[in-house]
Design a protein around this ligand. Sequence first.
Ligand code: RIB
Ligand code: CA
Length: 323
Amino acid sequence: MRKVILDVDTGSDDAIAIMTAVLNPELDVLGICTVNGNRSIDNTTENTLRVVEHIGAKVPVHRGCALPMVVSLTKGRRECVPFAGQKDKKEDVHGDFMPLPAATIHCEKEDAVSWTVRTLMESEGDISLIAVGPLTNVAMALRIQPEIANKIDKIYIMGGGWHEQNITPAAEFNFWIDPEAAKIVMNSGVDIVLVPLDATHAGAISIHVAEELAQCDAPAAQLAAKLIAKRLDGYNNWQPMKDMTTVPIHDALAVCAAINMDVLEDVHFVNVDVDCSGGVCDGQSVCDMEAKDKAAQPNVHVALNANRELFEKMLLEALTKKI
Ligand code: RIB
Ligand code: CA
């Protein structure tokens, strides 16, 4: 089994990612770290606890950073942190809370960054991270203890976009919420697999997956069916895919990549940097696909496509399981 630490801003696709990771027999989820992103740290932590409790998992949850590293310090740069989302609007793909009872389990006393640093430093260097929210926790861990860069096996990141964006004309949400954190992680020297919007949009799954999951009484299947349907409605009002019967489940694709890299296609080892200028391209992942900057070294494996059939199969296999 591959040891992994999840870092999430739960959110609907994070929830599906958590369940896919915990229920897949090839992953040993050591812990789940929460971060501010889709909603405030209070909500993303509560949502994560609700999902863990819903599937009956015994996985520790550690609360992480409540704000990005620096963006909110500059007036006018990022007014909406914590992000309130499109509250109660048709475009909202997450909602403030998971459609589950309030959690009765609690997160651990040790915060996400301290726990991640301690766990990695005590390890044999055989732990991978799967980060599917803003990279604030991971960047802070690298700042507190740079040595973890030599202890992390791989980092699978959902974030960024080459030809695809979502939150601004230039940027993807996770990188846009905390550009400095993304820049720190991209330049950390760790072996990174980046799953950007180009891959997650190509891997947008059919609504038939939700219909199939709804037929299964497993708790994960029932919740995932609801969340996929909500996401399809939200996306068709906000950012419709070419095929409007499909919807991206961004974060779960990053989890599936940690299980089987065949789910990603058209992967390029290139230099990826992040714009932190605060201008119109703030938070943009700058993927040097043609190695134009001779001074920059390749630092990230970027996937531009996905194997949708394999992705759907992996989701159905995991989410129909019970603990
Ligand atoms: O841009 C997509 C990413 O932003 C996903 O991780 C989603 O959960 C949101 O965090
Ligand atoms: Ca997320």
